[in-house]
Design a protein around this ligand. Structure first.
Ligand code: FES
Ligand code: FES
Length: 187
């Protein structure tokens, strides 16, 4: 498999998760093991450009696939030191302890890609029509699309604002509703 642009060949037990390969075999500890059950999103990485929970994926199924973890997302930006989503998280204080942040950033990049392809979410007004692009997202859409990523520090207000900025969204950011969500999740 290719990880952050580098090919890796290894022999592994076929029960080994992608997350354990990243962290334990390759020393890429940016992806975090929060729950190890697909519940928290801390382990999110990009697989061929789409977000996956690496704790739920057997590494052998990633054979010949392209994986980008938090260590590689800056390389997705055009010559910038940071990916625009990373920059937006810093600018909007989208983190406190930082434990969930690698997963949040990978998930946000994936979510913006999904919106760019027009994919609807559960709260999209017209499911059949989808969304025009990422800039059409509002705070409600961002909360729904990021709801698989939990933050025990409750940094949701900043996370929502960061994703909206990275999306190039123009609409009101609805932070009052985001504040309400802070106690219970990213929705
Ligand atoms: S560690 Fe994978 S979803 Fe929580
Ligand atoms: S910043 Fe601490 S868990 Fe999210």
């Amino acid at each position: 498999m290719r990880i952050n642009g580098t090919p890796h060949s290894m022999t592994i037990d076929n029960r080994t998760t992608l997350l354990d390969v990243l962290r334990e075999r390759l020393g890429l500890t940016g992806s975090k093991k929060g729950c190890d059950h697909g519940q928290c999103g801390a382990c999110t990485v990009l697989l061929d450009g789409e977000r996956v929970n690496s704790c739920l994926m057997f590494a052998v199924t990633a054979e010949d696939r392209e994986i980008v973890s938090i260590e590689g997302v800056a390389d997705l930006a055009d010559g910038e030191a940071l990916h625009p989503v990373q920059r937006a998280f810093l600018d909007h204080d989208g983190l406190q302890c930082g434990y969930c942040t690698p997963g949040q950033i990978c998930s946000a990049i994936g979510a913006l890609g999904e919106a760019g392809r027009g994919w609807p979410s559960h709260v999209t007004e017209d499911i059949a029509a989808g969304v025009a692009d990422a800039s059409a997202l509002d705070a409600r859409e961002v909360r729904e699309r990021m709801s698989g990523n939990l933050c025990r520090c409750g940094a949701y207000n900043g996370i929502v604002e960061a994703v909206l900025e990275a999306a190039g969204a123009q609409g009101p950011q609805d932070t009052a509703t985001a504040a309400t969500s802070a106690a219970g999740g990213a929705r």
